[in-house]
Design a protein around this ligand. Structure first.
Ligand code: ZN
Ligand code: ZN
Length: 89
């Protein structure tokens, strides 16, 4: 199934100006799925680089309790449990 944006349909039917918006690239097949989370990757090396963030390599350490996290976002979310900030509510 080929996807048109609205402007494309207009262009085809009304011979109007070309669509000014960048079209989203076609989705890249990502057959290498992480077994620890829902992320998937197109290259096995990318998956390998990602998987280590779940196991040994956790460079983001909590200054309050010493727990380590794979990502800065995860760490910041965790630190909020110490500081009591509740930005999502
Ligand atoms: Zn993962
Ligand atoms: Zn902590």
């Amino acid at each position: 199934m080929f996807r048109f944006c609205k402007s494309d349909i207009l262009r085809v039917s009304l011979n109007a100006l070309p669509c000014p918006l960048p079209h989203p690239p076609p989705p890249t097949p990502r057959p290498y799925q992480c077994g620890h989370c829902s992320q998937s990757f197109s290259q096995p090396s990318d998956l390998r680089n990602h998987v280590v963030t779940h196991s040994s390599d956790r460079p983001f350490k909590c200054g309050y309790c010493g727990r380590a996290f794979a990502g800065a976002t995860t760490l910041n979310n965790h630190i909020r449990t110490h500081t009591g900030e509740k930005p999502f509510k």
